[in-house]
Design a binder for this molecule. Structure first.
Ligand code: BT5
Length: 250
């Protein structure tokens, strides 16, 4: 069953590792092909946002997956990647991180990593490119990110080593991808995610989805990775696509 055989392709500069991985997936690249770039000139976030990717300042990584399990479980690939990044940062940099639903890795409530999973239609069927950007070095990011972002260098005792982190990341991605393919894979990933995220239970958050906004308290995940939020009226709302912000208690 779908054991990942990673193969790393390295580039000095790319517009976006996700775009390069998608192009290669369409050309027939195998599951497990990873694209890594020293810099991205048009790094992408969700909803046409940018991922700032200065040269040598971060790990800019994308992996091609060709999942053979039900598409209803594909949203869990983002959660799987978050769990894998969490473990890779712990194992290779001794860094404890938090996971913010559903795709941000935080240290001291600042973003150290973002994850973007995109589906790609290819002649061999629909595939998924999972892109991961991890900030490694301070100093090369624009001031506008100061309030929002942090880096391994900014919060860890150890200087970041890209190759050690990359190896740990590939190792943990392979491990949790294998886990996701087990009959109880959704539960495993949801459980691992909840253990690593302060957002899984009892977090007061503001949810904003288009023009709709509401406050609530988190109470676990659905089995497709959606967030359960209890509103003041005791009702449980299921949040699938939305921005979530922690509300500080006074
Ligand atoms: C994400 O989007 O967090 C997904 C980022 C995925 C980046 C990787 S890098 C490798 C691969 N190739 C790509 O082209 N992309 C992937 P989102 O949740 O929409 O967050 C984007 C927002 O994060 C921006 O609007 C900024 O506010 C902020 N941001 C931009 N660059 C950042 C950085 N380097 N560190 C922290 N925050 C950043």
């Amino acid at each position: 069953m779908g054991k990942l055989t990673p193969q790393v392709l390295r580039f000095d500069s790319l517009p976006s590792t996700n775009i390069e991985a998608a192009r290669r997936a369409i050309e027939g690249a195998a599951e497990g092909v990873c694209v890594v770039a020293e810099e991205q000139t048009s790094g992408r976030g969700r909803l046409q946002r940018h991922w700032i990717s200065p040269k040598g300042a971060g790990l800019y990584f994308s992996i091609i997956l060709r999942p053979r399990f039900a598409q209803s479980a594909w949203p869990l690939l983002t959660l799987m990647a978050a769990v894998a990044v969490h473990d890779a940062l712990l194992d290779s940099c001794s860094l404890e991180t938090d996971i913010k639903w559903h795709n941000d890795i935080l240290v001291n409530e600042k973003k150290i990593c973002g994850i973007l999973a995109e589906t790609v239609e290819t002649p061999m069927g629909r595939s998924v490119v999972v892109g991961i950007g991890i900030n490694l070095r301070e100093g090369s990011f624009p001031e506008a990110l100061d309030e929002l972002a942090t880096s391994v260098e900014g919060v860890s005792e150890q200087p970041p080593d890209l190759d050690v982190l990359l190896e740990a990341l590939i190792h943990s991605m392979a491990r949790y991808y294998q886990a996701l393919q087990q009959p109880d894979g959704r539960e495993i990933i949801a459980r691992e995610w909840c253990q690593r995220s302060s957002y899984s239970q009892g977090k007061v958050i503001r949810v904003s989805s288009g023009s709709e906004k509401f406050l609530g308290t988190t109470c676990g995940l659905e089995d497709d990775g959606a967030l359960r939020v209890e509103t003041g009226e005791g009702e449980i709302r299921i949040v699938r696509a939305a921005e979530v912000t922690a509300v500080r208690s006074r």
